[in-house]
Design a protein around this ligand. Structure first.
Ligand SMILES: [Mg+2]
Length: 215
């Protein structure tokens, strides 16, 4: 069983961020006649700003107000994203039947399900767990989602493929899964974080990197 993360594993998360800024920018243009939000927000993000991009972009546009920020965050999280599977990820999913594939993803439920729809992976992947459907406390590295997708399989027949060394690989290690695969895509958000020694690092999900014969 291949168990995959979504963000920066199946597509580049920065594409979602850009798509979200564009949706917010369209809303501001329509409702506040303000232009330039998405370009400025993207410049800030590209310069490494995290956590307060909306505040800063709105301040620069002389539009800052706390309730507007909340509203824009909602628009960002609820937007239908313009994203697509990385070609190597699409090919990877095509090489395996749905029953051999599962997905575990953290993040706001409505955003993650919108990504799942946009990527078209429902039906392609046998089992999808959005951990926030159960509550934030079940986010990785909590083992509940891993155990759910594992089902009755022996642990060594499961392998996790993800990008984030901070939270993705802890549970599979403790559950005795096969050594995890860390996909380290250039331009992914956690690119600079080193790969833990318990993982195998690959640059993409191309067949030449991801041959795993199973136990
Ligand atoms: Mg990820």
């Amino acid at each position: 069983l291949y168990v995959l993360d979504i963000d920066d594993t199946l597509y580049l998360e920065r594409d979602y961020v850009r798509s979200g800024f564009a949706a917010v920018g369209r809303w501001l243009a329509q409702n506040c006649q303000v232009h330039g939000f998405s370009d400025r927000a993207w410049e800030l993000f590209a310069a490494g700003v995290r956590g307060n991009v909306f505040d800063r972009a709105l301040r620069e546009l002389h539009l800052y107000d706390g309730s507007l920020v909340k509203r824009l965050v909602r628009i960002y999280r609820q937007h239908e994203p313009d994203i697509a599977l990385a070609p190597d990820a699409a090919a990877f999913l095509e090489r395996h039947p749905p029953g051999d594939l599962a997905v575990i993803t953290d993040g706001p439920s409505n955003s993650q399900w919108a990504k799942i729809r946009a990527l078209g992976i429902e039906g392609v992947v046998g089992r999808i767990v959005v951990t926030e459907d159960w509550g934030k406390e079940f986010a990785k590295p909590h083992p509940r989602a891993y155990l759910r997708v594992q089902g009755e399989r022996p642990p060594e027949q499961c392998v996790f493929i993800g990008d984030n060394p901070v939270k993705d690989f802890d549970a599979p290690g403790r559950l005795g899964w096969a050594p995890s695969i860390r996909v380290r895509r250039p331009r992914s958000l956690h690119y600079k974080v080193a790969t833990p020694h318990i993982c195998r690092e690959v640059p993409s999900l191309d067949a030449e990197h991801c041959r795993w014969s199973g136990p």
